[in-house]
Design a protein around this ligand. Structure first.
Ligand code: GDP
Length: 433
C-alpha cells in the first residue's frame, strides 16, 4: 500500500495573531523538520529553531518546533508542530515551503481526526464528541460533548454490541448442534430470547429520551409569533441585547425568519423572529407567513405576542406562552406575561420563563444519544431484536436478525460502514482537526 501523504493545516484561527500553530501528520514529518529547521529536534519538546525554505535557504521565521513521533500521537502517525509568529506573510511563506516539500499537502477539514479514527486512536462517537466540543457555544453543550468524547456513548454501545454478539454466537451454536440430541434446543432458545428481550428493552429505554441530546446540540428554538407590529423584532433585540432584526413601524417588514443564538443559563436558545401573521396580497410576504407557520409547528416554544394597545387576534397557533407587548402603552390586563421592550418591564421574567422551558426540554439528565445517526441505527437494532423476541419461524432467521442487530450497533461505534460515516461527519469539521 502506498504510504499516506503528510498533511499540514493551521491549528490556530486565521488572521493576524501572536502565534500561529501549524500541525503536520504523516511519514515525512521527520525529514521535513530536518529540512526546515536544520535538524530534527529532540522528540516531545518545544525547541527554538530558525526555519528556512528548504529550496531557497531563505529564512522564514524563528519559531518553536515540536517533533512528535508516532504512534502515541493524536493521529497515531508521526506528527510535528510549528509555532510560528502569527503574521500573515510568515504563515504564507511557511505554507508555501510545506506545499513544495515532496509528499506533503494541505489537509481537508477533519483530516487529522479521520486518521486518528482509522489508526484506532479514537472511536467514531469520540470523534463526533470532538466535533461537538469545537462547535459548543454553551456550557451544557460543552458538557455533553465532553461526555461523548470521554466515551459515554461509545462504551455503552460497545457493551450492547458485545451482548448482541453473545446472543448471535448462541443462536449459531444452536444451529450447528440442532441435529444432535444432547442439546436442549428449546431451553437454549428461551434463554437466548430472554437475553435479546432484555437488550431490546434497555436500548428502547435509552431511545425514549425526548431527543434531549440532539436538541441540546441544535438549540432550543423559541419562535416569536404574532400580528405585524406586535413588537416581535423589537422584543427579539431587547431579549438578545443585539440589533439583530430590522425594527420598523411599517407592517410586514420581517419577511423571513431571523435567528439569534443566545446562552440562557448555559443552555443554547435560538430566538426566531418571524413574519407577522396577517392576511396579505403580497406574494413575498405570503411566503414569509407560510414559513412562519412551518417554524411555529417545529418550534420548541412559541411566544404568542400581542400589543397591549391592539386587540389580541385569536390565532389558532400551536400552544405556547402568551405575551402582551408594549405594556408601557396601556394598562396591564392583556394575556400572559406583560413586557415592554421600551422600558425593560417584564423582560427578566420572560427570559426566566424561556429558560425554565428550555431546562425542562433539554435538562432532565445526561443524554446518551446526541445525533440522528445514533438514533436511526439504535432503532434499527431494536426492530431486529423485536423480530428475534417475537420468535422467527426458522432458527436461521433468528441468527440473521441478530446479525442485523450487531451490525446496527457496529454502525454507531464505527465498526461498520465507517468510510461513509466519516465522510459525512468530517464534512462539518474545521480544517486542522
Ligand atoms: P413586529 O412587526 O412585530 O416585528 O414589530 P416591531 O418590533 O417592528 O415594532 C413595531 C412598532 O412598535 C415599532 O414602531 C416599535 O418601535 C414599536 N414598539 C415595539 N415594542 C415596543 C414597546 O415595548 N413599547 C412601545 N411603546 N413601542 C414598541
Amino acid at each position: 500500500m502506498a504510504s499516506p501523504s503528510t498533511l499540514f493545516a493551521p491549528a490556530s484561527g486565521f488572521g493576524r495573531a501572536a502565534i500561529a500553530v501549524i500541525r503536520l501528520t504523516g511519514p515525512v514529518c521527520e525529514p521535513l523538520l530536518a529540512a526546515l529547521a536544520g535538524a530534527c529536534p529532540p522528540p516531545r519538546r518545544l525547541s527554538l529553531r530558525t526555519l528556512r525554505d528548504p529550496q531557497t535557504g531563505e529564512v522564514l521565521d524563528r519559531a518553536l518546533v515540536a517533533w512528535l513521533p508516532g504512534p502515541a500521537t493524536y493521529t497515531g502517525e508521526d506528527m510535528a508542530e510549528l509555532h510560528l509568529h502569527g503574521g500573515l506573510a510568515v504563515r504564507a511563506g511557511v505554507i508555501r515551503a510545506l506545499c513544495a516539500f515532496p509528499g506533503c499537502r494541505a489537509a481537508e477539514p477533519g483530516a487529522f481526526t479521520r486518521r486518528a479514527v482509522f489508526n484506532g486512536r479514537l472511536g467514531l462517537t469520540e470523534a463526533e464528541g470532538i466535533g461537538d466540543l469545537i462547535d459548543a457555544e454553551t456550557e451544557a453543550q460543552r458538557r455533553q460533548a465532553l461526555r461523548q468524547l470521554d466515551g459515554a456513548l461509545g462504551r455503552q454501545v460497545a457493551a450492547w454490541r458485545a451482548r448482541a454478539i453473545a446472543c448471535l454466537a448462541g443462536a449459531e451454536a444452536a444451529l450447528d448442534f440442532s441435529d444432535e440430541g444432547d442439546v436442549d434446543e428449546a431451553g437454549l432458545d428461551a434463554a437466548l430470547i430472554g437475553k435479546a428481550a432484555d437488550l431490546r428493552d434497555e436500548i428502547s429505554a435509552a431511545l425514549r429520551d425526548d431527543r434531549r441530546g440532539e436538541r441540546l446540540r441544535e438549540g432550543f428554538h423559541v419562535v416569536l409569533a404574532g400580528p405585524p407590529n406586535a413588537g416581535k423584532s423589537t422584543l427579539l433585540n431587547a431579549l438578545s441585547r443585539r440589533e439583530a432584526a430590522i425594527v420598523s413601524d411599517v407592517p410586514g417588514t420581517t419577511r423571513d425568519a431571523i435567528e439569534v443564538r443566545c446562552d440562557l443559563g448555559g443552555l443554547p436558545v435560538i430566538l426566531v423572529d418571524t413574519a407577522g401573521l396577517r392576511e396579505t396580497e403580497d406574494c413575498v410576504e405570503a411566503e414569509g407567513i407560510r414559513r412562519t407557520r412551518a417554524r411555529m409547528a417545529s418550534a420548541d416554544l412559541v411566544l404568542h405576542l400581542s400589543a397591549a394597545d391592539a386587540p389580541a387576534s385569536a390565532d389558532p397557533g400551536p400552544p405556547g406562552l402568551a405575551v402582551t407587548t408594549k405594556a408601557d402603552l396601556a394598562e396591564p390586563g392583556g394575556p400572559g406575561l406583560s413586557v415592554s421592550a421600551l422600558t425593560g418591564q417584564g423582560l427578566d421574567r420572560l427570559l426566566d420563563a424561556i429558560e425554565a422551558a428550555a431546562r425542562g426540554a433539554l435538562g432532565g439528565g445526561d443524554a446518551l444519544i446526541t445525533r440522528e445517526r445514533h438514533r436511526a441505527a439504535l432503532a434499527r437494532c431494536v426492530e431486529s431484536l423485536d423480530r428475534v423476541v417475537a420468535g422467527a419461524p426458522l432458527p436461521e432467521l433468528v441468527a440473521e436478525d441478530l446479525r442485523l442487530a450487531v451490525r446496527a450497533l457496529g454502525e454507531v461505534g464505527g465498526h461498520v460502514g465507517v468510510e461513509e460515516m466519516l465522510d459525512r461527519l468530517f464534512s462539518g469539521f474545521c480544517i486542522g482537526k
